[in-house]
Design a protein around this ligand. Structure first.
Ligand SMILES: [Zn+2]
Ligand SMILES: [Zn+2]
Ligand SMILES: [Zn+2]
Ligand SMILES: [Zn+2]
Length: 151
């Protein structure tokens, strides 16, 4: 039975077949219900919190935006620090990949990534890297982006 995730990079729901590659992991792992602590395939979790996870199409984009190559091999250590718990051991649905703020519900995420976006790290990044569409001066960057889209 499939379940949904919220792609926090692009802001849309997507259907997951039961396993997914998490942002700081190299291989797909079974999706666990953060409320019940069992596999999402085990029982009905329609009413449970939705895990925030960039979808397969956007995972590479999110990693690139954070300065990683999409094929970066993460150390076991990285993965251990990314278990879905906050420092007090409370389960979280996800965290902000930019400022590492913990989200306890999708509402927390909407609040953080609402309008205006409150993430301080993201806002700082955008200030330093204005998108080519907003700034005609960065024509060189726009060229690069166009080449990427062709490939
Ligand atoms: Zn899943
Ligand atoms: Zn559940
Ligand atoms: Zn997506
Ligand atoms: Zn943030």
């Amino acid at each position: 039975m499939s379940h949904r995730h919220w792609c926090d990079y692009s802001g849309h729901y997507w259907d997951c077949s039961g396993t997914a590659v998490r942002l700081f992991q190299n291989e797909a792992t079974v999706c666990m219900c953060i409320k019940h602590g069992v596999s999402m395939d085990n029982g009905d979790h329609n009413a449970c919190p939705i895990e925030l996870l960039s979808c397969p199409e956007h995972r590479a984009d999110q990693l690139r935006a954070m300065g990683y190559e999409p094929d970066h091999v993460f150390e076991q250590q990285d993965q251990d620090t990314r278990t879905k718990r906050d420092a007090q051991g409370n389960p979280i649905v996800g965290f902000c990949a930019w400022c590492e703020r913990d989200f306890y519900s999708l509402e927390d995420h909407f609040e953080h990534w609402g309008d205006p976006i409150k993430c301080p790290v993201y806002n700082e990044y955008i200030e330093k890297h204005p998108s080519p569409r907003d700034s005609e001066e960065s024509a060189g960057d726009a060229d690069l982006l166009e080449h990427e889209e062709e490939g």
